[in-house]
Ligand binder design. Sequence first.
Ligand code: ADP
Length: 371
Amino acid sequence: MTRVLVLNCGSSSVRYKLFDGADVRAKGLIQRIGEDGGDAGDHLSALRDLMDRLDLSDLAAVGHRVVHGGDRFTSSTVITDEVVAAVEELIPLAPLHNPGALTGIRVARKLLPDVPQVAVFDTAFHSTIPPEGLLWAVDHELAERWGLRRYGFHGTSHSYVSRETARILGKPPAETNVITLHLGNGASAAAVRGGRCEATSMGMTPLSGLVMGTRSGDIDPSLVFYLHRVAGLALDEIEESLTRHGGLAGLTGVNDMREVLRRRAEGDGQAALAFEIYVRRLKEYTGAYLALLGRVDAITFTAGVGENSPDVRAAALAGLSALGITVDEDRNRANALIISPDGAPVTVCVVPTEEELEIAHECRRALALTT
Ligand code: ADP
């Protein structure tokens, strides 16, 4: 039994990858489920068609990406009815994300009742953050009553790229300190000490921290009260504005960094400002995590922007040579694996993230499979 099917189910999409060991046997994206002209009428027919098409002989497990594991799930977990119920209870914390995963889990269990299924949580890698990094300075009774705390997200990516970074450095993960910068549509930073996460920029939800495609990242929370009281916006409208019309989209009208970079190169002042806000926030978090870790072996960029934008990487780390951080221009332009000069005190890396591979790996770990 060597194959693992990884499913990342959203409310209207299913992303899948079928692994045989570390080899990818099939992958794809089923889109606009339930919409006119979409790929499938519902998740059941989407997954049934998919499973008819794939060679699922020798299938050892199905791994499901689940965004929010709350404080119940601190590692990947074999799915039972109780696990399904617990993931359902977490919907208020991740109303946009957990329902899609739940549907995928229910359908996949129905279609493949004899195959063990594993939930792999975006939050789990962050469960090692100490209380002072999880809690905010708010009324502690309110916080306890309502479970107000940081969870963090993109955990499979931060876990994978921090371990890969240690491998590139030729050091054991347990002796390697890394700042990981996952810059996709969603974006987050993490401080990883010896393989264990110590800080991350996203919070109770994926809204806080870095500037993202459509999410604002950190703001003064008083903006919410002010927009409500003074501007007369309803809470739902404010949430929509901060999550869907914030970030690069809010600043420029487009969420795609490539387009922002193109406009900036053409002299568009608003695109240039958006870029500066984006990279300044990155530098602020990098500085904070340098201080937190004390000694940093590497800073690693990953995901769409991190893997592909020399401009973002160079600007985010500009002026930090006194801290041992420099970027070699040619290596950076080439998106090389290591973009710092040889012998630099801090190695700067570009590591493509492999979230699905990490999920497959987690499935084997959760099921204690050796293959
Ligand atoms: P998701 O978070 O949806 O998985 P990705 O990790 O694919 O997203 O990242 C998407 C982001 O990566 C988009 O903002 C896109 O513009 C950006 N991106 C992709 N290629 C490049 C590139 N060559 N230069 C700059 N940004 C890029």
